[in-house]
Design a protein around this ligand. Structure first.
Ligand code: MBD
Ligand code: FE
Length: 310
């Protein structure tokens, strides 16, 4: 079919009614967004000659996606989270803002309210026999001056690639901690090296990725929120070097500056410094924050997030 109808007065009038342009009530921003979205959907149907079968399978796909709670997983898989980062990076560059540790996506698996400690935290509950990981880092301002009392909020997956809270088999806040930097601006975390993540194989996200010939895997990675009053909140991650998916991340979160190499430490004297009696892997991730007076930039963007209340 090559019929063209979107441009007709009939369809244009329909779009205005759909968006409630002829109604007093409602929200103007929503009306503008829905008008544009529906106009573009109609145009796609026309241009790509979408069949009724294709259309209805998309409708029921959305139902299924919501039922599985996977809308927040499909979004990064379709590059939407990364695209928002590209926009923020470009806005920063156009405003002449440079420097600072690069941002990258939050992902759908943050839980607010993790235990807070000063300088150091043990993140794992000791139930999984992974390689011990010591991550240290210095938080500084743009001039390299150490920042004390910055909150470094870290979360990562376990050996199955699963996150506590979403994986009910893990203990509360396992592999999730907030660490305040010490007087020298340092934080240290003891944990276990996480495994990479894979989308649920029977889920809606993987079902669509299969249609695209794509995998649904992320490299082993560790998420960070870093904040301190007077500085821009930073959402970022480190992606571990040497993972099969380090540069082939289904969520497009890897950035060259955020790839971190682990260093195996076999020296028992060094292990003892951390109270360890076996070899371990050490990683370093230093963070540079940019100053801002704008309170909106000092916290993460609003979005629905899980919160555990004790
Ligand atoms: C993750 O752990 C993640 O970080 C993202 C972005 C998507 C799915 C799982
Ligand atoms: Fe993740």
């Amino acid at each position: 079919m090559t019929v063209k109808t979107v441009h007709t007065a009939q369809v244009q009038a329909l779009l205005e009614k759909i968006a409630g342009f002829d109604q007093e009530g409602g929200n103007q921003r929503t009306k503008v967004l829905i008008h544009r979205i529906m106009k573009d959907v109609f145009q796609i149907i026309e241009d790509l000659d979408v069949t009724p079968e294709e259309f209805w399978s998309a409708v029921y796909y959305i139902n299924e996606l919501g039922q599985n709670g996977e809308a927040g997983l499909l979004a990064p898989g379709l590059g939407m989270d990364h695209y928002l980062d590209i926009r923020m990076d470009t806005a920063d560059a156009e405003a002449g803002l440079s420097g600072g540790t690069p941002r990258t996506i939050e992902g759908p698996l943050y839980v607010a309210g993790a235990p807070l400690s000063e300088g150091f935290a043990r993140m794992d509950d000791g139930t999984q026999d992974g390689e011990t990981l010591i991550i240290t880092g210095l938080v500084t301002d743009e001039a390299g001056q150490p920042l004390a009392d910055a909150v470094v909020d870290i979360w990562h997956a376990d050996l199955k690639g699963a996150y506590s809270y979403f994986d009910q088999s893990q203990s509360e806040y396992n592999l999730r901690r907030r660490i305040k930097t010490d007087a020298e601006g340092r934080y240290t975390a003891q944990s276990i090296i996480p495994s990479g993540y894979g989308c649920p194989s029977e889920g809606s996200t993987q079902k669509l990725l299969n249609q695209l010939g794509r995998h649904g895997r992320r490299p082993a990675h560790i998420h960070y929120f870093i904040s301190k009053p007077g500085y821009r909140h930073l959402t970022t991650q480190i992606n571990l070097a040497g993972d099969e998916y380090t540069f082939d991340d289904f969520a497009f979160a890897t950035r060259d500056e955020l790839v971190v190499e682990g260093k195996r430490i076999e020296d028992p004297v060094l292990a003892k410094q951390y109270g360890l009696s076996q070899p371990f892997t050490r990683m370093e991730f230093n963070i540079q924050l940019l100053a801002t007076d704008n309170p909106n930039q000092q916290q993460p963007h609003e979005r629905k997030r899980a919160l555990l209340t004790q």
